[in-house]
Unconditional design. Structure first.
Length: 187
């Protein structure tokens, strides 16, 4: 009589262990792992392209990148992806100041990833002798304070709802309990 509860418990624990082992990779989401130029970099020459590198391959046709300069114009050009890297050409940048890169990319597994990062362009003064206008940001345009999410470019993703995993866990546990009871009756 004691053998049946032990078998049910063993089957339940085995089912839960299997579920956790198989579900862990599926819960991982795409995230930004690097950029060129790097987050917070100060450049003395304008970049010709910006590259964002992610943990998974990206789909260029469903992705967008903006490069907003101190004057508010978008300097992003053509976007292309090569595996986990997304690159965008940059229109000629002529003003010194802070440039914000905004991105929304779609990984091949269908998860959207959004975020922002920034770099500063510090061009040498023009040789014309005309003083360069100040491009210091105003208090209203100041960037938000850095947070834990900003360490990876402020990336967020759409995520996966938890209910499919709960349903799968219940089905798997129920199947394990049912199998244990059926095997227990046979003896």
């Amino acid at each position: 009589m004691l053998r049946t509860p032990v078998r049910v418990l063993a089957a339940t624990l085995l089912s839960l262990a299997t579920l956790l082992a198989l579900a862990t990779p599926a819960l991982a989401h795409t995230s930004l792992v690097g950029s060129d130029p790097a987050e917070g970099a100060t450049l003395t020459a304008a970049p010709e392209a910006i590259t964002l590198t992610f943990t998974d391959p990206m789909e260029a046709e469903f992705s967008s990148v903006t490069i907003t300069g101190p004057d508010g114009t978008d300097a992003a050009g053509n976007l292309r992806s090569d595996g986990a890297a997304v690159a965008v050409t940059v229109a000629p940048l002529t003003a010194s100041g802070r440039y914000e890169i905004g991105y929304r990319v779609l990984s091949q597994d269908g998860h959207p990833v959004t975020g922002t990062l920034a770099f500063t362009l510090d061009l040498p003064p023009a040789a014309t002798g005309v003083p360069e206008p100040s491009t210091a940001p105003t208090a209203a345009a100041a960037p938000p304070p850095a947070s834990a999410g900003a360490a990876q470019g402020g990336a967020t993703d759409g995520g996966t709802p938890a209910w499919p995993w709960l349903v799968a866990a219940l089905v798997l546990v129920g199947g394990g309990v049912g199998a244990a009871l059926r095997l227990g009756r046979g003896q």
